[in-house]
Ligand binder design. Structure first.
Ligand code: NAD
Length: 354
């Protein structure tokens, strides 16, 4: 039986991951594949209980598992620690790096019943159906960094190897070929040498995929186009930091970051987590939207276990619940039926059998 390591993490991570496990157990009940869930510590909770953000036992369990389902990490309690020890760098970035999860996939597809929840006008967002593919283990976040080479200064380094660029861009072409055949590579080639290198390699790879239309866009323009005319995009491929920023921007097209799932992959080995953080402002209040984590569970079934039918069952159940007018507070408009975190998880489980 495949093993899934569940890492609830901090803040709302503790509330949303149980709902995703509940839905996964329900969808697999009576079917040929079942999953064995094990639990571990990561983030601030791990610092408090085991002395560091990514304890050795967690890393070993993650390496042994077939997939990892994560909540979120971080919070004000740990913000004053030196950066490498903090939940984000010492926990999340460290596990991504240790598992060599180089590809982060974030689908952003507008559901008709959520069009009105977006902060953008309905005609701008109603046809959005895009995927942002973000390189996850290179670039500024992992380059050499430090202080004091010159007095009162700090530096971060943006380095990309050819191999790092090649594997993510290839994935972008393959993904675009299976969708609407459009790949937009986002860079800052007018300023950055690493972007010019990225572009050269992308143009060369494009020759293998004549069926895919390749465009290039500077990241500042991409940010503007994502709010101006987002339906022009099919697959966006980009480096780590640009992807970090653009994925949050793209998430808001949907009305709430609480709806955006993500998969971070190295082959079929994957870490699945919502795109949002630990939301300390609403943690422990049963207010968090668990749907991004539940939809991340669907991505896990699809990408790690090849269970496409079950993945779609979860996605349809989420749509059904929303279609019936149920919302968590982040999505609710006046007059809609508001559910708490647990109640939303239960509603999705019930919708699976309808
Ligand atoms: P955040 O995503 O946690 O919260 C931003 C806003 O969105 C908040 O108002 C929050 O209440 C709301 N929100 C987020 N998720 C929600 C959900 N599921 N349902 C309803 N509302 C939701 O971002 P932040 O406030 O910048 O960061 C808080 C902490 O999370 C920080 O410590 C940060 O470093 C960390 N963080 C972790 C991850 C991760 O674990 N992948 C990602 C981003 C931020």
């Amino acid at each position: 039986m495949p093993n899934v390591l569940v890492l609830p993490g901090d803040g709302i991570g503790q509330e949303i991951t149980p709902e995703a496990v509940k839905v996964l157990e329900a969808v697999l009940k009576g079917r040929s594949t079942s999953l064995n869930f094990e639990y571990g510590l990561i983030g601030g909770t791990a610092i408090d209980e085991a002395g560091k953000a990514l304890p050795d036992e967690t890393l070993a369990a993650a390496q042994a598992a077939d997939a990892v389902l994560m909540g979120s990490v971080g919070g004000p309690k740990w913000d004053t620690l030196p950066a490498p020890q903090r939940p984000e760098l010492g926990g999340l970035l460290a596990i991504r790096k240790a598992l060599s999860l180089y590809a982060n996939i974030r689908p952003v597809k507008m559901l008709p019943m959520l069009v009105e929840s977006s902060t953008l006008r309905a005609e701008v967002v109603k046809n959005v159906d895009l995927v942002v593919l973000r390189e996850l283990t290179g670039g500024l976040y992992f380059g050499e960094k430090g202080r004091g080479i010159n007095p009162n200064s700090a530096f971060d380094t943006l380095v990309y190897s050819e191999e790092e660029i090649r594997r993510i861009v290839e994935m972008g072409f393959q993904m675009a070929a299976k969708r609407r055949g459009k790949l937009c590579s986002v860079d800052k080639a007018n300023v950055l040498e690493s972007s010019r290198f990225w572009r050269e390699i992308t143009v060369e790879i494009a020759k293998k995929y004549p069926e895919v239309e390749l465009t290039h866009m500077y990241v500042d323009n991409a940010a503007m186009q994502l709010v101006r005319w987002p339906e022009q995009f099919d697959v966006i491929v980009t480096e780590n930091m640009f992807g970090d920023i653009l994925t949050d921007l793209a998430s808001m097209l949907m009305g709430s970051i609480g709806m955006i799932s993500s998969a971070s992959l190295n082959g079929t080995k994957g870490l699945y987590e919502p795109a949002h953080g630990s939301a300390p402002d609403i943690a422990g209040k049963n207010l968090a939207n668990p749907l991004a984590t539940i939809l991340s569970g669907a991505l896990m079934l699809r990408y790690s276990f090849g269970l496409e039918e079950e993945a779609q069952m979860i996605e349809r159940a989420v749509e059904r619940v929303l279609q019936e007018g149920y919302r968590t507070p982040d999505l609710a408009k006046p007059g809609e039926k508001v559910l708490g975190t647990r109640e939303m998880g239960t509603a999705v489980v019930e919708a699976l059998s309808r």
